[in-house]
Design a protein around this ligand. Structure first.
Ligand code: AMP
Length: 446
């Protein structure tokens, strides 16, 4: 199958040739003809599957071939994304695909001045990528109109709900014309996402390109158990011992990110951090430099790093386990992409045993554990397995402490190569609830 047989026009085929895309990915093969035919779409696909081209290529083709010229402050296609980084990333892809088409594309997001965005929108934009909060701000300041809107894309819809954007989405939904094409992409399909889909989509075509933990299939994963207070020391030890070159590290909190970056920089390591408190320009610069390998270690919170596409990333380290087990899959999905292999190491302390258990249950595998000599935890991490059980062993009488460790108990979790298992839809509870949308007659803002 080729992109030409999917019905794409020549200017798009030329862009794809420049980018070196030869064969459509499974999500592209299914989504492109359906979107060109005007269908609504509900797609289970995560970053790394080629989903952006899956919606952007047919969308650009429809914009180029059909509909009126865009008028002042109007937008003809809207792509909503959860984070600023994703807005930039998706827009950059769109810009490359649209290289040979006479279309105006743009991205708006918070954390930067709104005035240049208002100026840019004055002459209208064919395709706008936006985060929900900034889109609403622009609308409220009369910088945007939606009467020409043909298509709405919700990208990473599950993440938008996790980040608490459900109210913003409901407000945006009320502002849009009822007659439109809607495409919803989500890595997971919780009840809330299905509810959202039920309200926003019209007879959608469902696409599921791969089991949702597919990223794990090419990623070798293991756990190193350690006491909480020794995590920074262990990280530095592993980094030096294994001569890590490029590592994306996930920490739970903003403070955690800052503390680790500070420690690494203090040791002369080329490290930087991204989290929600940092100005957008700083975040983007750190990310760009990491992608160019100018920064060796990038420490991030989940919010800042979700969905980012970093080529050939060999290693992800979970300095802290994620609170929401599904984030584990997203985190390790940053590596082992496009058929290459990757590694994901989690530093786990006793406090995190329930989080570990939830991850193992979700991914249906018992993660292999390794103790690092001299870092064996004093607070043992109880055994866990994919059934979700935390196996508490009877307490042994305390031995007198010996210096230097080395006698720590080796915890032999069963090694399961994640390729052995395929997880069905998990039963994890969503974090936020979606409000019920008002599907009655639309009220326009004054
Ligand atoms: P996405 O899932 O949209 O974030 O895409 C993941 C990566 O795959 C991006 O770097 C794309 O440029 C790349 N990509 C998407 N489609 C193809 C294709 N058909 N052939 C080669 N690379 C692709």
């Amino acid at each position: 199958m080729t992109f030409a047989t999917l019905g794409l026009i020549e200017p798009l085929l030329r862009s794809l040739e420049t980018l070196g895309y030869q064969t459509p990915t499974p999500v592209q093969a299914q989504a492109i003809p359906a979107v060109l035919a005007g269908r609504d779409l509900m797609a289970a696909a995560q970053t790394g599957t080629g989903k952006t081209a899956g919606f952007a290529l047919p969308l650009l083709q429809l914009l180029a071939m059909e509909g009126p010229k865009v008028t002042a402050n109007s937008v003809r296609a809207l792509i909503l994304v959860p984070t600023r980084e994703l807005a930039e990333q998706v827009h950059e892809s769109v810009r490359q695909y649209a290289e040979n088409l006479p279309l105006r594309t743009y991205a708006v997001y918070g954390g930067v001045s709104i005035n240049p965005q208002m100026m840019k929108l004055r002459s209208g934009v064919d395709l706008l990528v936006a985060t929900p909060g900034r889109l609403l701000d622009l609308f409220r300041q009369n910088a945007l109109k939606f009467n020409q809107l043909q298509t709405l894309v919700l990208d990473e819809a599950d993440r938008m709900l996790d980040l608490g954007f459900s109210e913003e989405l409901a407000n945006i939904y009320r502002m849009l014309p009822k007659k439109r094409q809607t495409l919803l992409f989500s890595a997971t399909f919780s009840d809330d996402i299905r509810l959202l889909a039920g309200q926003m989509l019209n007879d959608p075509l469902s696409i599921e390109v791969s089991p949702r933990n597919v990223a794990a299939n090419t990623v070798k994963q293991w756990v190193v158990t350690v006491d909480k207070k020794r995590k920074p020391e262990l990280f530095v030890h592993l980094m030096r011992k294994n001569k890590w070159k490029q590592v994306l590290v996930f920490a739970k909190t903003r403070n955690g990110v800052d503390a680790l970056v500070e420690k690494l920089q203090g040791l002369g390591v080329n490290a930087d951090g991204i989290h929600g408190d940092k100005p957008q320009a700083t975040r983007q610069r750190a990310l760009d430099r990491f992608k160019l390998s100018e920064v060796q270690i990038l420490v991030a919170t989940d919010v800042a790093a979700r969905g980012l596409d970093i080529e050939d990333l060999p290693l992800v380290v979970n300095f802290d386990l994620p609170i929401v087990a599904e984030d584990y899959i997203h985190r390790i999905g940053r590596t082992g992409r496009a058929g290459s292999t990757g590694e994901a190491i989690s530093l786990v302390c006793a406090d995190e045993v329930n989080l570990l258990s939830a991850i193992e249950m979700l991914t249906r595998q018992t993660l292999k554990r390794q103790n690092e000599p001299d870092f064996e935890p004093e607070h043992r991490v109880p055994d866990t397995d994919a059934s979700g059980q935390v196996i508490k062993k009877p307490k042994k009488p305390k031995k007198p402490k010996t210096s230097g460790g080395g006698g720590g108990k080796r915890n032999l979790g069963k090694w399961v190569d994640s390729g052995d298992t395929q997880a069905p839809e998990p039963s994890i509870k969503p974090v936020r609830k979606v409000p019920v949308f008002n599907t009655g007659p639309r009220k326009r803002k004054p």
